[in-house]
Design a protein around this ligand. Structure first.
Ligand SMILES: [Zn+2]
Length: 347
């Protein structure tokens, strides 16, 4: 049996934040909602969003969320229960969306994703990650019932968030190859459609690297749409396989070895160059695309040391043992990891 979990409605456009209520109304979720975000997003969007929701008959409570932790997920789920919310709305970048996603999964109610930046594919995927889950990678929850991506809001976010999103998208190149390798070696299920969809998202970034690097207006919708389809690819696959391979294992290992250095997508992008080299695919093309976009391709650009990169490369294979990747084919030692990072010009 293969189950696909997909969003019911995806709306992308400019100046559409005040139309969120129309989108939600059509879904017939009920009138009571808990909206969650960080303080900066609340300051910018609350007035518009709250009045639009109130005018359409919704009763909303806006709750600020703090650190991206499991306790915060529990707290939000409890508040949602206490106020009798019928659905959750997560407004923000990674943190608020992840907390809304996991809290809605726990309290068995739908959630609407309103991304304010294009920094990773969690804006549409069924996968969420917070600290305190006992593992450094994402767990499966449910995809948002609706995604409302306002490009005029997203294009005002700092450039490094868009760059990070591009790193997360390019990583589908090595993730899909890892999935193919696992299928060949272990007989693991492989879904060609979701693999192609994820690859399409990565290729969109490759083909539009120049426009994204100079932040041309259209590039925001290209990246946002690619991130949404990439998250949807995971929903179709029923696992994060098409979106997350050895390059993500490297990024998760960096979270442990050098916490706080570099964003998720930045680390994934650097991991993609190195894993592509190991897999024997065009790693130079990937590095050139990242450079054109303005993404970090060298350890020093995210403040990491050579030792940290090597340590993370060796550690990556142990992060998620059931996920077969190129790192199970080429078992890196400190020596070979250092050679790989140098050859890929990451260190
Ligand atoms: Zn990712």
């Amino acid at each position: 049996m293969h189950v696909m979990e997909l969003p019911r409605r995806v709306v992308v456009g400019t100046e559409i934040i005040s139309r969120v209520s129309e989108v939600i109304k059509e879904l017939e979720l009920g009138p009571k909602a808990l909206v969650i975000s960080g303080p900066n997003v609340k300051a910018v969007l609350e007035k518009n969003l709250s009045s639009a929701l109130a005018n359409s008959g919704f009763v909303c409570q806006w709750e600020l969320v703090g650190a991206s932790t499991f306790q915060e997920v529990e707290r939000v789920a409890q508040i949602a229960h206490k106020i009798g919310a019928e659905f959750l709305v997560g407004v923000g970048g990674g943190k608020s969306i992840d907390i809304a996603k996991l809290a809605s999964f726990e309290s068995k109610m739908p959630f609407v994703s309103i991304p304010t930046s294009a920094s990773h594919d969690g804006i549409s995927s069924p996968f969420g990650s917070v600290k305190g889950m006992g593992r450094p990678y994402s767990i499966i929850a449910k995809p948002p019932i609706a995604i409302v991506a306002d490009i005029s809001v997203i294009s005002r976010a700092p450039k490094h968030l868009l760059i990070s999103g591009c790193g997360d998208l390019l990583s589908k190149k090595t993730a899909v190859r890892d999935w193919e390798i696992a299928h060949e070696k272990t007989g693991e299920y492989f879904g060609r459609y979701s693999a192609n969809l994820a690859m399409l998202s990565a290729n969109l970034v490759m083909d539009n690297a120049k426009a994204i690097g100079s932040m041309e207006k259209e590039s925001f919708s290209v990246v946002v749409e690619a991130l949404i389809s990439s998250g949807v690819a995971a929903g179709i696959a029923g696992s994060s396989r098409p979106c997350s391979g050895s390059e993500h294992l490297f990024s998760h290992a960096m979270d442990i070895v050098a916490p706080g250095k570099g964003m998720h997508g930045e680390k994934c992008g650097m991991g993609t160059i190195m894993m592509a080299k190991l897999q024997g695919i065009d790693y130079q093309g990937i590095r050139e695309a990242l450079e054109t976009i303005g993404a970090p391709t060298k350890a020093t650009q995210i403040g990491a040391t050579k030792e940290e990169i090597v340590k993370a490369l060796v550690l990556a294979r142990t992060i998620r043992k059931e996920r077969y990747t190129i790192l199970d084919e080429v078992k890196l030692t400190e020596g070979s990891a250092s050679e790989l990072a140098q050859a890929a010009r990451v260190i």
